[in-house]
Design a protein around this ligand. Structure first.
Ligand code: NAD
Length: 474
């Protein structure tokens, strides 16, 4: 289903209006505020590709929002509905997200107006390589200046093609593969990147549930276990989030909304089986033991504890916001709640955990991947064996001192040297927790007058403004 663009307010206006609320609190110089909010540069490209004897012309964009830190960072989206305004809004979100998460990047985003499901693999490869050439030759893709990643409609495969194309154009750039993140591990990717956004969401929710007062403000209480979740989009982000929350935290995924409709089962849907079904059939229809609803978007209004929009932007808007019956909206997608809807949800005391924090796991682990690529060594390679040997020494010392054998399981834990996945998950967990604590602290500094979203933007704007002023504006 091609999403309709019948919203009164554009995506970038919606983001700007949210940022304005933070600017009003900070009372920043209006010129500086304007400089922070606008995109520094936007590239639009039109290019032809011959497919099965027919010439197709494609339109793509890459928006560079902020370069107060370099490289600028942001994914590439393939969608038939994408336009320049979306890309500019998404690039802005990247700037704020990196600042909130303490990731030392500026913000960027790219998009190609295409329905990837309508093209065969080989054709997609040629289109991607051609688009990459357009970006590289104009300075909108490189390890030092502008680094891409997967987004809606793209994944590891597209990143591998992009990295390879950049490498062919720049054979002497020793850091070539760092021009994109989210690559397959055997081509320079980092372990844990594929799951990172869903994993980050899980860590963020775990941290949120550690504060009973924040949980109580939503109308929920107790642990994560048993909480009823509705999720829209079972792609990279939605699938991993749903899988981890249900399999590891005991949450119940009571509804999944996809392109072709939604499935509901109050007892909880089996995420892995549903994901396989979706991949095999291209939709959710005909999945056993669940009620199928053809009107997918209406299922966003299901009564639940947590609603996780993990597909598209602006799916919660002024028309359906009055009917949303979740206690917490967890923004896994970028911009799923419009500015107007955000105000309605606030009035209705429905708490929102904002995209710029909640889905930042992807860019956090992308940062780790970029660092790994620049250092040309796998995380943990130097330390792992050393840690294991030290673990053995500790066990020996304890057993000698106590004349008792330690349980086997404990021994295994002590001698386990951290591998790359352990380190990536640990770094991600710590970053998500620290970011939430900071957002909570700022929210409380203003006596909880503002939302988590405004508190996040306050943090971002303060950091970006400081960077602009310290570097000097000329
Ligand atoms: P994806 O292409 O892997 O998955 C998107 C899923 O949404 C697919 O299963 C698709 O079928 C479904 N979908 C598409 N249109 C839909 C509709 N109208 N109704 C219901 N479902 C629909 O994309 P993704 O990487 O999971 O990205 C999803 C969202 O998360 C986007 O907003 C993206 O910007 C954001 N995001 C992604 C990452 C990442 O690391 N991939 C990081 C941060 C934020």
């Amino acid at each position: 289903m091609t999403p309709r663009k019948n919203h009164a307010v554009s995506f970038s206006r919606s983001v700007d209006s949210m940022v304005d609320q933070a600017l009003a609190v900070l009372k920043l110089d209006p010129g500086l505020a304007q400089a922070i909010k606008g995109c520094t540069a936007v590239l639009k490209v039109l290019f032809p590709v011959e497919i099965k004897g027919k010439i197709h012309v494609f339109t793509g964009w890459r928006a560079l929002h902020s370069i107060h830190r370099l490289p600028a960072k942001g994914g590439i989206r393939y969608a038939p509905s994408v336009d320049q305004d979306d890309i500019e809004a998404l690039a802005a979100l990247m700037t704020y997200k990196c600042a909130i998460m303490d990731v030392p990047f500026g913000g960027s985003k790219g998009g190609l107006c295409i329905d990837p499901l309508k093209f065969e693999r080989d054709d997609l490869e040629r289109i991607t390589r051609r688009f990459t050439r357009e970006l590289v030759t104009r300075g909108f893709l490189s390890p030092a200046m502008n680094v891409s990643a997967p987004d809606l409609g793209t994944g590891q495969r597209e990143m591998a093609w992009m990295a390879d194309t950049y490498k062919h154009l720049n054979p002497e750039d020793i850091n070539a593969i760092a021009c994109v993140t989210g690559k397959p591990v055997h081509l320079g990717g980092v372990q844990g990147r594929l799951e990172a956004t869903g994993r980050g969401l899980q860590y963020a929710l775990r941290e949120f549930f550690r504060y009973p007062e924040d949980v109580a403000a939503t109308g929920m209480d107790g642990p994560m276990e048993g909480k009823r979740v509705v999720i829209q989009g079972l792609g990279n982000v939605g699938y991993h989030a749903a899988k981890f929350l249900s399999e590891e935290d005991g949450m119940k995924i009571i509804a999944v909304i996809e392109r072709d409709g939604a499935l509901i089962n109050e007892k909880g849907l089996p995420v892995e089986a549903l994901y396989q079904h979706l991949n095999q059939t291209g939709g959710v229809r005909n999945f056993p033991d669940a009620r199928y609803v053809a009107d997918g978007p209406s299922v966003l209004e299901t009564a639940c504890d947590i609603l996780i929009p993990a597909a598209l932007e602006r799916v919660i808007h002024k028309d359906n916001a009055p009917r949303i019956r979740a206690k917490l909206v967890a923004e896994a997608a970028n911009g799923p709640v419009t500015f107007e809807a955000d105000r309605i949800l606030k009035k209705r005391k429905i708490i929102v955990l904002p995209d710029t924090f909640l889905n930042a796991g992807g860019v956090v682990v992308s940062y780790f991947e970029w660092v790994r690529n620049l250092s040309h060594i796998r995380f943990g390679r130097m330390e792992r064996r050393f840690e294991e040997l030290r673990g053995h020494s500790i066990i020996r010392a304890i057993e000698e001192a106590t004349s008792r054998k330690l349980p086997q399981k404990l021994c295994q834990q002590i001698v386990h040297g951290a591998g790359e996945l352990d380190l990536v998950r640990s770094g991600l967990d710590d970053t998500m927790c620290q970011a939430f604590q900071k957002i909570k602290e700022v929210k409380e500094r203003y006596q909880d007058k503002h939302t988590y979203r405004t508190a996040s933007y306050i943090i971002a704007i303060e950091k970006i403004a400081r960077a602009y002023l310290d570097a000097g504006i000329y």
